[in-house]
Write a protein that binds this ligand. Structure first.
Ligand SMILES: Nc1ncnc2c1ncn2[C@@H]1O[C@H](COP(=O)(O)OP(=O)(O)OP(=O)(O)O)[C@@H](O)[C@H]1O
Ligand SMILES: [Mg+2]
Length: 482
């Protein structure tokens, strides 16, 4: 921040005393601050009347549904305690559908965020802290951010409406309605669902990131509007605990069922076993696992048509999801055959280091042999890189070459894609600690126990999972069309 801005802010905050009035805070601090943040006087309404309330300031660049305003400001005199007015600002935020709220008495600045009528105080700054952290303060409240956020709300709103309209046009054969919808916009939410694509995240090498990839890829797909079911078929139950379900406390002690019941009891349906996990922005359905699955191999071997048991159990719920991911154990045991026989495709996570790459040969061969035993093919979506060391670019290039060499060795492998490096998931501490929290990495954003630095790292990682999710969408849609 320039010295000039620092001086301007110091002058504003120094212009009031503890005895100043609310009006003086408005004139000497709030309005000059709004100008400093890039707003023109035409972009705020003073004493705005909304229903029966009078709001000190309503700030926005343009209306955008469903968020109508960007910022509501409530001003108090310097001697007033802001804590007592938080409820008032929360009410105004809900009434106006604004995104942000600022409550100030000129000495203290409290910022609130309104997420679907759930209002949360996000930060409190003293006047000195505003000077010190003006960069962050301005990123949140400035004119440019206001415009970007409102544009995004507008875009998402129009996008959804175009999809609904496109659906209505197709359902009722009214092409004239389509003229106002964008032809590039994908499938309408109104159209009946396609069957879910069932994908096994497969690699017999232990610890290559199968479970971590499955949970976070699923969360990213859900954030992109997809409904996802996760099947934990690994007795280690890492996926189950990774999404916050304790197999002992939440399943066994509650008399609930898990994957073992689904596989071994003819009358147990997938819907009897599914647990819904909801976080702030993500919802995933899960078939949990339990350590007792490790004792089930003899039972499974004696079960009639065991290889198809999961395929049969998943059939009735295929319409309820867009993607079903199966997370198997690192072995070539029976449950792996069961998973692959139930799948429409395979996603292979790998690390860019020699041992995991060497293991790929077995993984691909195993997939091919299952493919040959099936009535319908079992395509490989591609190789997804996990735990990529960003600092070792040279090693990554060498390993990439090694993979290309491996893929070119055999005619059946030549069409298998190593996913582009934009989708590679970096090795970051925050990714390895998130399973202990029982949530996908994107939830770190709302985790008060984490430091800002860790939240930034989590966001960085989740952005990579989102790029991976978009690529998986692309390749899986291409396979579904083929
Ligand atoms: N991007 C990442 N950055 C840092 N650590 C990671 C990352 N991805 C996974 N890990 C960690 O690596 C370890 C192995 O990951 P994970 O459990 O997902 O592998 P897996 O293939 O499912 O293992 P298993 O074969 O035992 O089922 C875990 O401790 C996990 O937290
Ligand atoms: Mg695992």
């Amino acid at each position: 921040m320039s010295e000039d801005v620092r001086q301007q802010l110091a002058a504003l905050f120094g212009s009031i005393t503890p005895k100043s009035s609310e009006k003086e805070v408005e004139d000497r601090i709030v309005e000059p601050l709004l100008k400093l943040l890039g707003y023109d006087t035409s972009e705020w309404e003073k004493q705005a009347k909304v229903q029966r309330a009078r709001l000190d300031y309503l700030v926005y660049t343009h209306h955008a549904a469903p968020a109508r305003y960007y910022l509501v400001i409530e001003v108090k005199a310097p001697h007033k305690d802001l804590k007592k007015s938080a409820w008032q600002l929360s009410r105004y935020l809900r009434k106006t559908g604004s995104v942000l709220g600022l409550l100030t008495n000129g000495k203290e600045f409290k910022i609130f965020y309104n997420y679907c009528d759930r209002v949360e105080e996000i930060i409190t700054l003293s006047a000195e802290a505003v000077i010190h952290r003006y960069h962050e303060f301005a990123i949140l409240l400035c004119h440019g951010s206001c415009q970007k956020v409102m544009n995004e709300f507008q875009y998402i709103h129009e996008y959804t409406h175009s999809r609904i309209l496109g659906g209505v046009a197709r359902l009722f054969k009214k092409p004239e309605l389509m003229q106002i919808s964008d032809p590039n916009i994908p499938i309408s939410p109104l159209e009946p669902s396609e069957n879910a694509m069932i994908i096994t995240v497969f690699n017999n090498k232990g610890g290559v990131g199968k479970t971590t990839t499955t949970i976070n890829l699923a969360a990213a797909l859900n954030r992109l509007g997809k409904r996802v079911l996760l099947i934990d078929i690994d007795p280690q139950a890492n996926l189950t605990t990774g999404v916050g379900i304790d197999p002992l406390q939440d399943i066994e002690h509650q008399g609930k069922k898990d994957i073992t019941h689904l596989l071994t009891e003819a009358r147990t349906k997938a819907s009897d076993v599914i647990i819904r996990r909801k976080w702030t922005n993500v919802t995933l359905d899960v078939v949990p696992s339990h350590i007792r699955l490790s004792d089930m191999e003899p039972v499974l071997i004696n079960t009639v048509d065991v290889d198809r048991v999961l395929a049969k159990k998943l059939k009735p719920c295929r319409e309820d999801y867009d993607y079903i991911f199966i997370d198997p154990p690192p072995s070539f045991g029976k449950v792996n055959a069961i998973s692959l026989m139930a799948s429409d495709a395979v996603l292979i996570p790998t690390q860019l280091s020699p041992y995991p790459i060497r293991a790929l040969e077995y993984v691909m061969n195993r997939t091919f042999s299952i493919d040959e035993s099936r009535e319908v093919p079992l395509p490989i979506l591609g190789l997804a890189v996990s735990m990529y060391d960003r600092g070792s670019k040279k090693l990554a290039l060498d390993m990439k070459e090694l993979i290309y060499e491996l893929l070119s060795k055999d005619g059946r492998r030549k069409d298998i894609e190593l996913f582009p490096d934009t989708t590679w998931i970096p090795r970051l501490n925050v990714v390895s600690t998130s399973p202990n929290k029982g949530q996908p990495i994107c939830e770190a954003e709302f985790d008060d126990d984490l430091q800002q630095r860790e939240r930034d790292a989590a966001l960085d990682a989740f952005n990579c999972y989102t790029l991976l999710a978009k690529h998986v969408l692309k390749v899986s849609e291409a396979i579904a069309r083929a």
